[in-house]
Design a protein around this ligand. Structure first.
Ligand code: NAD
Ligand code: LMR
Length: 338
């Protein structure tokens, strides 16, 4: 029998709690998978009024799981109340794309959610809150939220590209015939969109250079360029095609990984991918929310310095950055950057 937790509960606000991702995500958080087995959590579930009853049902199920770490669940449709004193805010609530759409087609539908929630976080969350934007287009929605969260450091806002990172790791491990734990040093650069660039230039498989292991040592040819890169870039669309709905269990699992590593630390000798506000690293214009290779611990992140990008990676990053700049212009034109 494990001893009762002794530390104070961490308050985690989750928006879109009655949605697909919410349903997969909430039990994982309450079980301790996200913040560790010694950290109790208090959950605040935010929904739109029409889905509040469904969120109450999810809360009932969380009760019924009898999680030892769950210090309480509150449900509401008011952002100010949901974010009050929040230590972690997971901004999932927003519309998903459907077949044939790109994620940036959601800007008009979803962008405004993040102006209001950015302001509500600034006014009500703990000053040290860490924010993860999941709702698409995630990078640009994170930019909107951070812009409206006056007084909160932009470094404390992030967008989820861990799902792309995990997809890249899984594809590489499968190709190499090894467990995912043998893979290190994968990077996803750019936007959480079809322009992202999953980069194996610094990756290793059981200590050997990944391009050599997959029989593809020259850049721009073979399995990496022909199969791996497009498969990762198009994986979200492939899931929608197959399931008729966008990824949910894998997205929830990626959120858990993202937050766990942000607080508890990336493993020694490797890094993860996370979309954060650029400080100009790797030539990415300052202020864009872009996916980088990062090491993390204690709620802080550092971009991994000094990686060499081959011509394909450099071109891929530049293309994705151009898309992020175009999205920023689009939200500015909609008046969403103030
Ligand atoms: P869903 O439609 O199943 O659920 C979304 C929920 O959000 C709904 O219950 C809705 O009522 C709620 N909601 C809408 N506006 C809200 C608001 N202002 N405040 C609180 N709740 C609100 O969708 P889903 O499958 O859970 O996906 C949610 C979002 O996550 C979508 O935008 C999707 O594209 C995105 N997504 C991102 C990634 C990623 O890797 N970044 C992965 C998968 C999905
Ligand atoms: C994903 O990558 O699965 C999500 O962003 C959902 C989508 O629209 O592809």
């Amino acid at each position: 029998m494990s001893a009762a937790p002794t530390t104070a509960p961490v308050t985690v606000a989750v928006t879109g709690a009655a949605g697909q991702i919410g349903y997969s995500l909430l039990p994982r958080i309450a079980s301790g998978a996200m913040l560790g087995p010694d950290t109790p959590v208090r959950l605040r579930l935010l929904e739109v009024p029409a889905a509040r009853a469904a969120a109450e049902g999810v809360a009932m199920e969380l009760d019924d799981c009898a999680f030892g770490l769950l210090a309480g669940v509150e449900v509401g449709d008011d952002a100010a109340t949901a974010f009050e004193g929040a230590d972690v805010a997971l901004l999932v609530g927003s519309r998903p794309r459907t077949r044939g759409m790109e994620r940036k087609d959601l800007i008009a539908a979803n962008g405004a959610i993040f102006t209001a929630q950015g302001r509500a976080l600034a006014d009500h969350a703990d000053d040290d809150v860490r924010v993860v934007v999941v709702g698409n287009p995630a990078n640009t929605n994170a930019l909107i939220a951070a812009t409206h969260a006056a007084g909160l450091p932009a470094r404390h806002f992030s967008a989820l590209t861990r799902l792309d990172h995990n997809r890249a790791v899984a594809q590489l491990a499968r190709r190499a015939g090894v467990p995912v734990t043998a893979v290190r040093g994968v990077t996803v650069w750019g936007n959480h969109s079809a322009t992202q660039y999953p980069d194996l230039g610094a990756a290793t498989v059981a200590g050997r250079p990944a391009p050599e292991v997959v029989g593809d040592p020259s850049e721009g040819t073979g399995w990496v360029a022909g199969t791996f890169v497009p498969a990762v870039q198009q994986r979200g669309a492939a899931i929608i095609e197959a399931r008729g709905a966008s990824s949910a269990a894998s997205a929830a699992s990626a959120v858990v990984d993202h937050v766990r590593d942000w607080f508890l630390g990336t493993p020694e000798g490797t890094w993860t991918s996370m979309a954060v506000v650029s400080d100009g690293a790797y030539g990415v214009p300052e202020g864009l929310v872009c996916s980088f290779p990062v090491t993390t611990r204690g709620g802080e992140w550092e971009v991994v310095p000094g990686l060499r990008l081959d011509a394909a990676a450099r071109a891929g990053l530049e293309r994705s950055v151009a898309e992020l700049e175009a999205e920023r212009e689009a939200v500015r034109a909609l008046g969403l950057l103030g």
